[in-house]
Design a protein around this ligand. Structure first.
Ligand SMILES: [Zn+2]
Ligand SMILES: [Zn+2]
Length: 296
């Protein structure tokens, strides 16, 4: 009887202990898929394993000496432009309203590991009002090339929805171009380097980029990283395509990044919005520049 009791006791202990999931050697940088019932405010965590902070900050516009001829040392006077990582981190923290520690603290690193738009934060986009889109005709868009991450008809539906988000606020109207017609806006999925100096970088990291209306060579184009885990759900699984498309179309219309307002659609970092709340109020302030514009 004693042995039987001992067996029952062991079985109970094992039920409590053995049913617990084995704790895996988890990495905070590991990509995980969220369960379907995840709340909409959660973020997908497709992140890069390592971040070179200097390169990262240079890429997004926080290195005042980048691309400067003054950064090259001369024999006579030494470098005319100098910067250091602490001041670059400080500029980033100020831009995003983080605590200014000048160090890669947890909050700063967390933000840097959030997927984002490929376009830099500085210099701010230049708005050439004379080259914005005309209001007196319907503007057209087209999904270019045959590659898309999921059902192409759904992608096209979400593109139209993303344009409609802006139509409400900008006074512009948009429709899909017919098959052989030239479109004002073109959207493309691609991998890696694709010819414009903004190479896609695989899952996580940067998601997409788009170009403003004042450069005739790139006007109206936007490029999406085919390697992302694109989705059309609002449960935190994958990267919601429509939300990213809405952000990129904002660039196509002439808007730059809004770093200080974390809930703004033009904030560079990916975040989930409810479909009914695509353009939260902070963005409306930015849109004021479109209102009463004589050429729109
Ligand atoms: Zn952007
Ligand atoms: Zn591109």
């Amino acid at each position: 009887m004693q042995w039987f009791s001992l067996f029952i006791l062991c079985a109970l202990v094992c039920t409590v202990l053995c049913d617990k999931p084995t704790k895996k050697p988890s990495s905070k940088f590991k990509t995980t898929r969220k369960p379907l019932q995840k709340k909409p405010d959660s973020k997908t965590v497709a992140v890069k394993p390592n971040i070179d902070v200097y390169k990262y900050l240079t890429k997004f516009g926080y290195n005042p000496c980048a691309n400067s001829t003054k950064s090259k040392p001369t024999d006579e006077s030494g470098p005319l432009c100098s910067t250091n990582l602490a001041s670059m981190v400080e500029a980033f923290q100020i831009a995003y309203g983080l605590n200014v520690t000048k160090k890669l603290d947890a909050a700063t690193e967390k933000l840097m590991r959030t997927p984002r738009c490929s376009l830099p934060d500085y210099p701010p986009a230049f708005t050439d009002r004379g080259k914005l889109w005309p209001k007196n005709r319907t503007l057209t868009w087209k999904l270019e090339n045959s590659r898309s991450p999921f059902d192409k008809s759904k992608i096209r539906k979400y593109i139209q929805q993303a344009f409609n988000d802006w139509a409400i606020h900008s006074g512009l109207t948009f429709r899909e171009a017919s098959e052989n017609a030239k479109a004002d806006f073109t959207l493309t999925f691609a991998n890696d380097e694709h010819g414009d100096g903004f190479p896609h970088d695989g899952p996580g990291g940067t998601l997409a980029h788009a170009f403003p209306p004042w450069d005739p060579r790139t006007r109206g184009t936007s490029h999406y990283d085919l390697a992302e885990d694109w989705s059309d759900t609002y449960d935190g699984v994958g990267i919601n395509f429509r939300l990213v498309a809405s952000h990129e179309i904002g660039h196509n219309l002439g808007l730059g990044h809004n770093t200080l307002e974390s809930k703004a659609l033009m904030n560079p970092y990916y975040q989930l919005f409810e479909p009914t709340d695509m353009l939260p109020k902070p963005v409306s302030k930015v849109l004021l520049r479109f209102i009463n514009h004589p050429h729109m």
